[in-house]
Design a protein around this ligand. Structure first.
Ligand code: NDP
Ligand code: MG
Length: 379
């Protein structure tokens, strides 16, 4: 029996994780669930999966649902609640599916408690990659990727030697505006930006896909997960999202992982690794797909990707600041406060003003994160 806890159980990755659990009731037991404010859905999940512990974002929300929980379910809230679900249950695997660098303390707590991490929350690796990976290595804890590109790379590297890797290539669908020129982006709306062609995801990552920030975060995520230098990580536009990513080896062989876009596959693999279980994901027929398309990434069209590479290579607190500025800019865009193109300007300006600190401790990261948010909020 796999025992799991899910941080962000009411979100896009969270609900698909619950789908996977629902499909394998004999093999997966839910120990803990943490949600933000969608208490209706959380209560449904509690009814169905009977977790021992649950958490919500605030004390007020906790008070509102307290009397609706079954006797055996303990209730927590806030930052401490999230940490309790991450580290204080019998789970052997914790799925990190909250959005943003707010997931860092709970991810670290889960690692310290020796839990295997099913890692969806890429912002934690971007913001503090050296700390998270060192902590996981010291604890002997596995970081199993849920992000589809990183799951693909992980699968391509099964049984391979690190020194044989030549290059990693992450594929990118291009997001909601992949066929737009830059001058067509001036008046795009939040509704337009939220229409992703291939994947149905949470709002923040859907916007990140449209700005290509998501791919930038994924480049940094790949750097930390696989210890590959930035100049050996590429991004390739692939509108069909069928090749989820690939690895080239020194003998010139390329190994790729393919499938129809369905996040339940990488989520499940993170839970069952090294086993593979049956899945309801639609099977891929290459004959039906017929043609797959690829093109070079255009760094002028997608300047956030160029900036992400620069911040990644700089290291230190630069990736933290890139990520924090983006989180605020995206929230402001989603709130109707700024235009789409303003997102990249804000990130660029916050990064420009930042004085980089190399090899930062957790405290310096938290400070850089908070300051970047403050600046990004007022630009
Ligand atoms: P969603 O916005 O759909 O879900 C976010 C989750 O976090 C919700 O359950 C939300 O709860 C919860 N949450 C928000 N605030 C708090 C809080 N204060 N305490 C506890 N929980 C909170 O995001 P996604 O599922 O799309 O993304 C999650 C992560 O996975 C992100 O880092 C993203 O980059 C990554 N990812 C997502 C993919 C996808 O397909 N969606 C693909 C690859 C990576 P509530 O709704 O109850 O408020
Ligand atoms: Mg991805």
């Amino acid at each position: 029996m796999k025992k799991i806890s899910v941080l962000g159980s009411t979100g896009s990755i969270g609900t698909q994780t619950m789908d996977v659990a629902r499909l394998h009731p004999e093999q997966i037991q839910i120990e803990g669930l943490a949600a933000g404010s969608n208490t209706d859905l959380l209560l449904q999940q509690v009814k169905e999966f009977a977790p021992r512990k649950v958490s919500v974002a605030t004390k007020e929300l906790a008070e509102r649902i307290r009397h609706e929980l079954p006797a055996g379910t303990e209730l927590y809230y806030g930052r401490e609640g999230l940490i309790e679900i991450a580290a204080g249950t019998e789970a052997d695997t914790v799925v990190t599916a909250v959005v943003g660098s707010m997931g860092l303390p709970s991810t670290l707590a889960a690692i310290d408690a020796g839990k295997t991490i099913g890692l969806a929350n890429k912002e934690t690796l971007v913001t503090a990659g050296h700390i998270v990976t060192a902590r996981a290595a010291a604890k002997g804890v596995k970081l199993l990727p849920i992000d589809s590109e990183h799951s693909a790379i992980f699968q391509c590297l099964n049984g391979e030697r690190y020194e044989d890797i030549e290059r990693i290539t992450l594929t990118a669908s291009g997001g909601s505006f992949r066929d737009y020129r830059r001058d067509q982006l001036i008046n795009v709306t939040v509704e337009d930006a939220l229409k992703h062609p291939n994947w149905s995801m949470g709002a923040k990552i859907t916007i990140d896909s449209a700005t290509m920030v998501n791919k930038g975060l994924e480049v940094m995520e790949a750097h930390w997960l696989y210890h590959i230098p930035y100049d050996r990580i590429s991004v390739l536009l692939h509108p069909e999202s069928i090749i989820h990513s690939y690895v080239e080896f020194r003998d010139s062989s390329i190994i790729a992982q393919l499938g129809n876009p369905d996040m339940r596959v990488p989520i499940q693999y993170a839970l069952t690794y090294p086993e593979r279980w049956t899945s309801p994901a639609p099977r891929l027929s290459l004959a039906e797909a017929g043609k797959l398309h690829f093109s070079e990434m255009d760094f002028e069209r997608f300047p956030c990707l160029r900036l992400a590479y620069e911040c990644g290579k700089m290291g230190g607190t630069a990736p933290t600041v890139f990520n924090a500025a983006n989180e605020i800019a995206v929230a402001r865009f989603l709130g109707g406060e700024i235009s789409f193109l303003r997102i990249e300007e804000i990130i660029e300006q916050v990064v420009e003003r930042h004085v980089n600190i190399s090899n930062p401790e957790l405290g310096a990261i938290e400070e850089a994160d908070a300051l970047a948010r403050e600046v990004a909020l007022h630009l």
